[in-house]
Design a protein around this ligand. Sequence first.
Ligand SMILES: Cc1ncc(COP(=O)(O)O)c(C=O)c1O
Length: 355
Amino acid sequence: MSKYWSDVVHRLTPYVPGEQPKLTNLVKLNTNENPYGPSLKVIEALKAEAADSLRLYPDPNSDRLKSVIARIFDLQSNQVFVGNGSDEVLAHVFQGLLKHDKPLLFPDITYSFYPVYCGLYGIQYETIALDKQFNIDIHHYARPNGGIIFPNPNAPTGIPLALAKIEQLLRQNTHSVVVIDEAYVDFGTESAVNLINTYPNLLVTHSLSKARSLAGLRVGYALGNKDLIEALMRVKDSFNSYPIDRFAEAGAVAAMQDSGYFEETCAKVISTRDTLVNELHALSFEVLPSGANFIFAKHKKIDGEELVVKLREHSIIVRHFKKPARISPYIRITIGTDNQSSSLIQAINVILKSV
Ligand SMILES: Cc1ncc(COP(=O)(O)O)c(C=O)c1O
């Protein structure tokens, strides 16, 4: 606290990111990164970018990256917005498209950055309870609102919502923007991108941090009707004209173009996830259905918080959320390599014998 702070800063409750440990010998399954490095084509592109041209500003509109993304999704470049990680894209979405007189709606259990943006931008919101099985029930969103946002699959549960339900939501909610945050969509969830040309109020956000193995480069993008994209451009150009630096654009272009590597690594993560879920079931864990590169699991003999502490003693880090109380028994495990999964299962076997 300081008398020099603005009122807004006094009132903020900032987001707390998962730990990035300084120790290198840990099995790191806590922040949903990809266990496989980026495509070698990305590394080549980054090396080529380390040149005299770094003295020049990058393209403020990231036209090359936008056109590569547009081609992949069969859209026009003016239907694509790119930013410094999907968190930055989401920040602009909250400010530019979701701040209205009526409240923004999102699930009570979801990505914990959403209420933080609301605090930063003074957006009023209402949370809508997930059902008993932690599913989003779109009927509960049929109420006055200034916008709707949720991740698909949801976080931190990992549960996907069927595309038919999203289309039903778009049919029932035509007067405000519906944002589907597809940060984890490539691990077995149906994307809503193909609905963009039918529903002018649909905005879909994607991240290169997960399926494209580029959390360290910070690139994300939004896809939607050109009027929605123009709103985001107006916010960006009132904030930072160059969110995508020369390295980020070169690396992101190479990553988006290497579809073979992307498909191969996603398939490996999905296969490791399926094996891990079976092994956890065999140890009497309850695991929520996942369409993501993480799973949400609980065991009746040990609380989530205690399990996280015990796993850390085995040099394995996973994530725990204390609030709301309903999810406190669970731990969120990022899917790693097969070897990392084996270490996890070995550690859990030892821990369960001691409780
Ligand atoms: C649901 C969800 N959306 C968006 C993001 C932001 O991803 P990034 O800013 O790395 O693109 C995350 C990151 O963990 C997330 O969990």
